[in-house]
Design a protein around this ligand. Structure first.
Ligand SMILES: [Zn+2]
Length: 189
């Protein structure tokens, strides 16, 4: 897995890039929860569930089905006053689905561990993306504070943080630029 920090960075920056509106605090909180919750499956190791099994690490909780179920539940209970199946309901469900699914996609871009069971529980095959530039993060926190941990952070910064920051800056610049164009065209009227 990429580190918990990187999954959270993905959630927060993607939310910032995707949404142009003010959002309540719990929106940001749930975005982070959705991005890191799939790794709660590491408890499987405590119950002797093996890595490669459907409920093992990178199994069902990293699948697209799980992402959809979680997204619907989050919107149902954390945004209860939203009209079901309205446009904003679909937008919010899609957003939380994509944030949760981004976890498995990032894991499938790492250079270690087993692949991700994207289609569990229907198909337990594990998949990696063809391009895997991200160094896999240690599951335990202890080796994270080591040379290997620094290497992981460096690769995450290069392949995750920087592209997202650049996208956010580009979005801000484009908004400013289009705002200026509008202001100029009003001046010309
Ligand atoms: Zn994971």
């Amino acid at each position: 897995m990429p580190s918990v920090v990187s999954h959270s960075v993905v959630a927060l920056l993607s939310a910032k890039i995707a949404t142009g509106e003010e959002r309540p605090q719990h929106f940001w909180l749930w975005a982070v929860v959705c991005s890191i919750l799939p790794d709660a499956d590491v408890v499987a190791f405590l119950f002797d569930i093996r890595y490669g099994e459907v409920f093992g690490h990178r199994g069902f909780s990293h699948s697209l089905s799980f992402a959809l179920i979680l997204a619907v539940l989050v919107v149902r209970f954390a945004f209860a006053n939203m009209v079901r199946f309205s446009r904003s309901w679909w937008a919010l469900v899609s957003f939380f689905f994509l944030i949760t699914a981004s976890h498995g996609i990032l894991d499938a871009m790492t250079d270690g561990g087993l692949g991700v069971a994207f289609f569990a529980p229907f198909d337990s095959s594990r998949y990696f993306l063809p391009w895997r530039p991200i160094r896999v993060s240690p599951i335990s926190i202890v080796p994270f504070f080591s040379e290997r941990g620094l290497g992981v952070l460096r690769s995450e910064a290069l392949w995750i943080w920087i592209p997202l920051f650049v996208s956010l800056i580009l979005k801000i610049l484009i908004l400013k630029w289009s705002g200026r164009i509008k202001a100029d065209s009003y001046k010309g009227v």
